[in-house]
Write a protein that binds this ligand. Sequence first.
Ligand SMILES: [Cu+2]
Length: 218
Amino acid sequence: MSSLIITNLFNPVNIIGINIVSFIELLNYILLLIFFVVFVNLFYILFFINKVCKNIKSFHFIEMWWSLLPVLILIIITLPSFKILYISELDYLPIGTVKVIRNQWYWTYEYNDFNTTQLDSFIRTHYIPYEFRLLETDNYLSLACLTSYRCLVTSSDVIHRFSLPSINIKIDSNPNLINRALLYSLVPGLFYGECSEICGINHRIIPIKIEVCLPRIL
Ligand SMILES: [Cu+2]
């Protein structure tokens, strides 16, 4: 996605991500516009106010617009953010269900659709060159791209958070409660995340790794 403003975000891999990145770019443009207007006004007031507005006691036109413009800007911001909230709650007809259970200190992934497959995902501590240090795990979730999965997240002990920024998922895993998120990617690849809730002493050693591959390879 080409942009004039560097947002330092992940490349979006699904529709929600594309919408979020476009929304942040829109916000950046609005910020630039506000900065420019304020800056120009500031200089105008500093250097010309005495000459132009010496005898003006009130100016209804400008008073109306400095009330209306912020409202208009808020409406422009609100509409796409409502759209993102709406599409992030849609189901997109998931073809499978993945259950994610958080333990101290590893993740358990369960596929229950055909027969129950369960795998535990621990951090891999030995470093292999060209891999991400402290983000690699011994087992990882393997999914197909262009396919949506219902992701059920829960925890066996305390509150954690299943956080995968590049797939736009950040969802709490609470004990005795199942939260739902949609897991899908339009492109194949390896995606990394970490628990983003301060959950305890070994919070840092439980990375999340997901492989998204082409459906025929899976
Ligand atoms: Cu944590």
